[in-house]
Design a protein around this ligand. Structure first.
Ligand SMILES: Nc1ncnc2c1ncn2[C@@H]1O[C@H](COP(=O)(O)OP(=O)(O)O)[C@@H](O)[C@H]1O
Ligand SMILES: [Mg+2]
Length: 428
């Protein structure tokens, strides 16, 4: 099977690593890709959000499957265009990707499907925003309806700041704002692969959104992740599948917009039970790095079955025992004003660290090679990823790997998976 992956971040390199390890994969292409994907696949230049350009590339390469990584191409209709050209595609249609592309739409589907989520109001005027803020009270949660690259949500005790964010979102063309009740309790990311009818869960993961240790500083695309969750209540995955994933998949199908691809449920485990924080329509970054590190079943056949509607025929997925962690090395100034162009040293070859089960390796995110030198090209530069018998061992390996890597001004969190490794996460 020849595969084309669309995207250029850590998620796409992690997908490429998993697919390259699958013996059924005979050719691997990534567009646009990064320095990590260049080492195990062929990179191609493409505007990932241009459905016609992606389809033309896939046709020219003669691939059997296109795997779309990020949300923007999905919302732009890349999966629709690829499928219309008769090529299998892993990733939902634009209509189904609206589960991520519009938080108001997601709320509507959840209401229809009976999925537990925060109470919310969709507002289109500052007066409605103010009324909703006062109804729910502090802490205030204000969300831009549309895609905002991780910058659309403000959670604050400051009513003026909440109102100001609402106004800023409404100022955008067709702006709408979701104001919702505050959810307490730890967050969980659960990915499910679905063909629009059946759905298969991956292992639950947790990511770290804030830039600084102890969850301080501004939100980022994600500074690290680990899986599985030693503190998760028994039966969590089954409960999420029964109360969230399957009802959503069924409702999307009944609405005439079946969701096939990766349904990512962002959850909060509150004192009143689980609640959906948001849906995403694609693999999360950096959770994918740890989830795929633990997956034993060859990935290509699973993604193709989802694309073809034959997921129900597959045997259950198999998993490595143990834990995985990934720690993001970010460029100086990230997330406010990332400074790119810095030279990276001490980065081992992708393959070098990967020999054993108990291992550490680099997943590239924003990297490129200039005259042989490895250069940072994005805010999130690379991810030190490790797998071991438990979280303590996985943390040691990932942080030891990071120790040897140099990027002037680069920064990373030192506490990824620390509370979980020390048994300090409690459920409300
Ligand atoms: N209702 C809520 N209560 C408390 N925190 C929330 C709530 N909704 C979102 N958050 C916090 O804000 C983060 C971003 O919100 P999310 O809905 O996931 O938007 P996005 O990922 O599109 O930025 C979440 O990971 C969570 O930490
Ligand atoms: Mg989120």
């Amino acid at each position: 099977m020849e595969i084309l992956i669309i995207g250029s971040g850590g998620r796409e390199h992690a997908l490429a690593l998993a697919l390259a390890a699958d013996p059924s994969v005979t050719g691997l292409h990534v567009a646009p890709g990064n320095a990590g994907t260049a080492a195990l696949a062929t990179n191609h230049a493409v505007l990932a959000t241009d459905p016609a350009a992606v389809t033309a590339l896939a046709s020219r390469l003669g691939v059997d499957l296109v795997v779309v990584g990020p949300e923007a191409p999905l919302v732009a209709g890349v999966a629709d265009a690829v499928r219309a050209a008769g090529i299998d595609c892993f990733g939902p249609s634009a209509a189904a990707a609206a589960l991520e592309g519009s938080k108001a739409f997601a709320k509507q589907v959840m209401a229809q499907a009976g999925v537990p989520t925060a109470m919310a109001h969709v507002c289109t005027t500052p007066e409605e925003v103010a009324a909703a803020l006062d109804q729910f009270g502090a802490p205030y949660v204000v969300k831009d309806d549309g895609l905002a690259g991780g910058k659309g949500v403000v959670v604050t005790g400051d009513r003026e700041a909440a109102l100001a964010h609402g106004r800023a979102c409404l100022a955008r063309p067709d702006g709408a704002v979701v104001v919702e009740e505050y959810l307490d309790g730890p967050e969980v990311s659960l990915f499910a692969i679905t063909d629009g009818v059946s759905a298969v869960p991956l292992v639950p993961a947790q990511d770290f959104k804030r830039v600084g240790d102890g969850d301080t500083g501004p939100n980022t695309g994600g500074m690290g992740a680990y899986a599985p969750l030693p503190w998760a209540p028994a039966g969590l995955v089954e409960e999420v599948m029964a109360r969230v994933v399957q009802p959503t998949v069924d409702t999307m199908r009944r609405r005439g917009t079946p969701f096939a691809g990766l349904l990512y449920a962002g959850l909060a485990l509150t004192r009143r039970g689980l609640r959906v924080v948001e849906f995403n329509a694609r693999f999360g970054d950096p959770e994918t790095q740890v989830v795929l590190a633990l997956l034993r079943t060859p990935l290509a056949g699973v993604l193709r079955a989802a694309a073809r509607g034959t997921l129900g025929d597959l045997p259950p997925l198999e998993w490595h025992p143990g834990s995985a962690i990934t720690v993001v090395l970010a460029a100086p100034g990230y997330p406010e004003a990332p400074e790119t162009g810095g030279v990276l040293t001490g980065v081992p070859d992708a393959a070098a660290g990967e020999s054993g089960w108990d291992a550490a390796w680099v997943v590239h995110a924003g990297t490129d090679r200039h005259d042989g030198a490895l250069v940072a090209t994005g805010g999130r530069v690379l991810c030190a990823t490790a797998r071991a018998a438990d979280l303590v061992g996985a943390r040691e390996r990932a942080y030891a790997l990071l120790e040897g890597i140099r990027l002037a001004g680069g920064h990373h969190r030192g506490d990824i998976a620390l509370a979980a490794a020390e048994g300090r996460i409690t459920l409300p």
